[in-house]
Design a protein around this ligand. Structure first.
Ligand code: SF4
Length: 283
């Protein structure tokens, strides 16, 4: 069992049903690289077999029988390590389920194996819109001509691109590095989505940062760069309790008076509405 308790939230092998309206489907056990900090490292690599046909049928049956599920996130491992035809077959079968509104693919391939994002792949995947891709850049040096081209091909296929970054000590725990990464992602049409506090995984404590470091990164982003370049900083709670966003301390309250701190550190007062009544602003 891992710290996020994924197996305990798994109604059928490979599916994780943590939130009411969406499921994560671990559909591949392979990756183009194996990241030291990976929170699924117990499941990826090591010549683990791909999900069986019976497991795939069971997952599709569960999704089809769960009308509340409107969002399916293909994950792994890396789903783009699957061959185009196999992935197309899965996407087709998912698209036959009327209540599945959106499909998301979580993949690090645009970074780690960008040549996998071929024009043929893009022509295939665009048949299954609305389809989103969340990728995983951790450092501005990962934005190369090849990874930028992979993202451009996906964006040109009409796929909205998001990015998840893991906060890693000695890699990107520096506000200047993170700022360069976030702005660089926007330039290649990728919207920064999450900065993750690293999950608790055995053998990774040398990458672990204090939460104050993540807060300092957010403080350096919010207001200093476009809101588009500002992701959520989240902790994925142990035990499968869900993600919680963390922000710098921007507000304090005295009755209906809010004291709000802007990005320059200035305190500005804002009078709130109490019990539906609008009070007259002072001054
Ligand atoms: S690419 Fe993703 S799933 Fe694969 S090892 Fe890295 S973090 Fe884990």
């Amino acid at each position: 069992m891992n710290s996020l308790c994924e197996e305990g939230l798994s109604p059928v092998p490979g599916l994780i049903h943590r939130y009411p309206d969406r499921v994560v489907w671990v559909i591949s056990n392979s990756c183009a690289v194996y990241c030291r900090f990976c929170m699924r490292k117990r499941q990826v690599g090591c010549a683990r077999p791909a999900p069986s046909e019976a497991a795939i049928d069971a997952a599709l049956h569960y999704i089809a029988s769960s009308p509340a599920v409107r969002d399916v996130i293909l994950s792994g491992g890396d789903p783009l390590l699957m061959e185009d035809d196999r992935l197309a077959d899965l996407l087709e079968r998912l698209r036959r389920i009327p209540h599945v509104e959106i499909i998301r693919i979580g993949t690090r391939v645009p970074v780690t194996l960008p040549e996998r994002i071929t024009p043929r792949f893009c022509r295939m995947v665009r048949r299954f819109h609305p389809l989103y891709v969340n990728t995983h850049f951790n450092h501005p040096r990962e934005i190369t001509p090849a990874s930028a081209l992979a993202c451009a091909r996906l964006a040109d296929a009409g796929i909205p691109l998001g990015n998840q970054t893991v906060l890693l000590k000695g890699v990107n725990d520096d506000p200047a590095v993170m700022r360069e990464l976030m702005l660089g992602l926007l330039r290649i049409r990728v919207k920064p989505y999450y900065i993750h506090q690293m999950d608790l995984v055995r053998g990774t404590c040398h990458f672990r940062t204090p939460v104050a470091t993540g807060i300092a990164v957010m403080e350096a982003l919010r207001g200093h760069v476009s809101g588009l370049a500002t992701p959520y900083y989240v902790i994925d709670l142990a035990g499968g309790e869900g993600k919680v966003p963390l922000l710098p301390d921007y507000a304090s309250r005295d009755g209906d008076l809010l004291k709000l701190r802007n990005y320059r550190g200035e305190i500005v007062e804002y009078r709130d509405v109490t019990n539906g009544e609008v009070t007259t602003p002072r001054g």
